[in-house]
Design a protein around this ligand. Structure first.
Ligand code: MIG
Length: 752
């Protein structure tokens, strides 16, 4: 407790904060095998190779022979075969197409040039006595840094010190709460108008990105293992994210119902309460796609059970809701209650599925069910076992699972497992100290792949709190225990934008705030924002005020409903963006700087975002606020509500009463807009709104398929490109074989 008082800052005897480090020194020898450069250093070893003309892998281990292993994050990692290797007195050169990498012999340092521009420079690699490794990238003092996963604070991380260690944090998140649930050690160093270098430190130990200690450097570090980096040389942010997602995978196209409005509460405590919630949505005619079952559905928090008193007939409940078009998503935590009469625990013990110490004894820790054991998801046989256990839910009609507490969170001083618990990566043993940040990722894999097998030809939905780089391949991410604070609404925007720039296209924050008490105005403003973010769920903690759309008063409900309806009108556009994200890795929600990479004014904009390329949202983020300044990048924009034309490349003062969130569309856009529907299970006609572009063409795109299966991968989709000329001639081009819901004849034109 004392660390919450002034005791925490008791006088320190310490002098400097600089850690004592040692250099890895000179390159003593190298070997080139036609693909990989391997070398020895004064201290340790390294290798370097090119994956293509845009990506290289460079790894150094100061203490041992550096291994070629990467983590589960990496899906694509083949050296090119036809790179050129050469040498001068002082340097080695590795060249491929327009990429040239230079390694200095005397004191290991690396520079890369692409298309004649210097893309990055690693000026040093070092280590300390505790086996921590460091690598230093040079940059200009002002160069912004983005990405880095799920972090608090503003968009641009330049000047910050970031560390990664998956942590369950219930205390209010703020700028100093650096370690949250996810670890994505990937940063974009963006030189506006020049290049964007992506640095992915694929090391699952606690890692660091220090943009503070040296004002013109980024110093990356890992508390063990090699300095294992993938470096992506992009033209701009988008290009670099594309590169990053070729290594770690893109966000697969989600089932469309997971993009609808979702309602949750910790917890709806009985079948009756769940029915009442569903009935209220129907009574008030508010669209709804999904209701969540939080931990109270279980029998004493035993996963894969229902409580007989509260949920005596879960099968019927789920069936009934499904028939009304509502999906049900239960929560599943990793902790398995230690109870010798509980089949999941018994099987886990007898089959050796749980994480153990090195002597084979099972690690036990306290979570909701009391003393519990934790599956060793690192083993494929454990992933299979766990995956199949979900048959318990899927046979009842469930198509989505919510994974929580998978940092893993344990109720003790360290907040997690003992660091000397071991994980077995199919034969390779690693300590929890090394594997901690991967636990949630492996659990997501087990969940997603299990569901995929159990519900044939159906896209599963999985949601996770913890994860590591690559988590986008398996799960959507929500940002954990935020609060009903205006500051948390504000902070969720850069968090979601940076998650997107870290490969995770499908993310969102609890709308209305999880902990603390929501207010009518906050619920309205938050719902307005949530309607434009990838993942849209209202969720709140037990004992807090209820915050369902109707919880406050009629006016609040009316406005909240209006924005949930608007969400459904935007789903065709949103779904098209998810299609793009799957294909290219480019996220659904983008900071202005991503679409306007040369615009220095956009560098620090955290309180506005783009949905796709052409829709800009500038929310109200303070109580009582009805005016705000909005930055409009170059070009012409239209006000979504009034159709008013607005000049870009400047700031405007914008008005929005409580009924309105400022939304703007770029001139030249043809936006697909859906009709009002009850949810995504209803057939939805799509119409076009074109935003005039002077005498130039207007363009848009719509992606459609059956919303739920994998048939789209066999060509059962339709991608419609629309071009509308200024004199009203429309051309459409269709790709794929699926019947479209687009009503082409019904086009509305905004502007002259
Ligand atoms: O410590 O399952 O972030 O969304 O409602 C609480 C109960 C554990 C934390 C999650 C929250 C969820 C809650 N869980």
């Amino acid at each position: 407790m004392l660390e919450h008082t002034s005791y925490a800052i008791l006088p320190s005897e310490e002098g400097g904060t600089e850690e004592q480090v040692h250099e890895v020194g000179a390159v003593e020898s190298v070997k080139w095998n036609g693909k990989v450069v391997e070398g020895t250093l004064t201290e340790g070893t390294f290798f370097l190779y090119l994956l293509n003309d845009q990506i290289l892998r460079f790894s150094v281990h100061p203490f041992e022979k550096v291994s070629a292993d990467s983590t589960l994050a990496v899906v694509e990692d083949e050296p090119v075969k036809d790179a050129d290797f050469s040498e001068s007195d002082a340097e080695f050169f590795l060249t491929y197409k327009n990429l040239q990498v230079t390694i200095k012999k005397k004191r290991l340092s690396i520079t890369a040039q692409r298309n004649g521009k210097t893309a990055f420079q690693i000026s040093g690699v070092s280590f300390n006595k505790d086996k921590k490794v460091f690598g230093t990238f040079e940059k200009d003092a002002k160069t912004p840094v983005y990405g880095l996963g799920e972090k608090s604070g503003f968009l641009n991380k330049n000047g910050e010190k970031i560390t990664n260690w998956n942590t369950d944090v219930f205390t209010p998140h703020n700028k100093d709460t650096v370690e949250l649930y996810q670890s994505i050690p990937f940063a974009l160093i963006h030189d506006p108008g020049e290049t964007t270098t992506g640095v992915f430190l694929d090391n699952s130990h606690r890692t660091g990105f220090d943009m503070q200690t040296f004002k013109d450097r980024v110093r990356i570090s890992a508390e063990g293992g090699p300095l294992n980096t993938y470096i992506i040389l992009g033209e701009d942010i988008k290009d670099t994210i594309r590169g990053y997602t070729t290594i770690t995978g893109t966000t697969p196209l989600p089932p469309q119902w997971s993009l609808g409005y979702h309602q949750s509460r910790y917890s709806y405590r009985s079948e009756d309460e769940v029915r009442e919630v569903a009935a209220a949505f129907e009574k008030y005619e508010i669209p709804l796609d999904c209701i969540y079952l939080d931990i109270h559905y279980m029998n004493d928090y035993r996963v894969f059970t229902f409580d007989k008193d509260r949920f005596p007939n879960a099968d019927n409940l789920i069936k009934e809701l499904n028939e009304r078009g509502i999906d049900v998503v239960p929560i599943v935590d990793p902790g398995v209650k230690k109870d010798v009469e509980y089949p999941v625990y018994r099987e886990g013990v007898s089959e050796k599925f749980f994480s153990t110490y090195i002597d084979g004894s099972i690690y036990c820790g306290a979570v909701w069910p009391g003393i519990s054991a934790f599956p060793d998801f690192f083993q494929s046989r454990v992933q299979k076992w766990w995956g199949h256990l979900h048959g318990f839910y899927t046979e009842k009609g469930v198509r989505g699972i919510w994974n929580d507490m998978n940092e893993p969170s344990v109720f003790n001083e360290s907040k997690t497992m003992d660091l000397d618990v071991m994980h077995n990566q199919d034969g390779k043993l690693i300590s929890h100290r090394e594997g901690h940040n991967l636990y949630g990722l492996y659990m997501s894999k087990a969940t997603f792949e299990g569901l995929k097998e159990l519900i044939p030809n159906t896209r599963p939905f999985s949601l996770t709190r913890a994860g590591y780089a690559g988590v986008q391949r398996y799960s959507a991410v929500w940002t954990g225990d935020n609060r009903s604070h205006w500051e948390h609404l504000e902070m969720s925007l850069p968090m979601i934008m940076n998650l997107g720039m870290s490969g995770v296209a499908f993310s969102g924050a609890d709308v209305g705030g999880f902990a603390s008490d929501c207010t009518p105005e906050l619920l309205v403003r938050w719902t307005q924002v949530g309607a434009f973010l990838p993942y849209f769920r209202n969720h709140s903690v037990q004992d807090s005020i209820y915050q369902e759309p109707w919880a406050f008063n009629e006016e609040t409900m009316r406005i909240v409903k209006k924005f949930i309806q608007l969400r459904y009108q935007f789903i065709p556009y949103l779904y098209t963006l998810f299609h793009e994200a799957e294909k290219s890795g480019v996220p659904v929600v983008r900071p202005l700087i991503m679409e306007y990479p040369e615009d220095k004014e956009a560098i620090d904009i955290s309180d506005q975002f783009l949905l796709g390329r052409d829709v800009m949202v500038a929310p109200m983020l303070r109580p009582g606020q009805t005016h705000r300044s909005v930055y409009f990048p170059e070009g012409t924009w239209f006000d979504w509500w009034s159709g008013e034309e607005i000049d870009g490349d400047k700031y405007h003062l914008v008005y929005a009463d409580l009924e309105t969130i400022p939304v703007f569309v770029k001139a030249g856009t043809v936006l697909p807009v859906g009709d009002e529907v009850r949810n995504t299970k209803e057939q939805q006609r799509v119409r076009l709104i074109a935003f005039s572009n002077g005498d130039r063409d207007m363009r848009g795109q719509l992606y459609e398929d059956d919303h739920v299966t994998y048939n789209y991968q066999k060509g059962e989709y339709v991608l419609t490109d629309v071009v509308l000329s200024s004199y009203g001639e429309m051309k459409t081009n269709k790709q794929g074989d699926f019947e479209s819901n687009l009503v082409v004849s019904d086009i509305k034109i905004i502007g002259k």
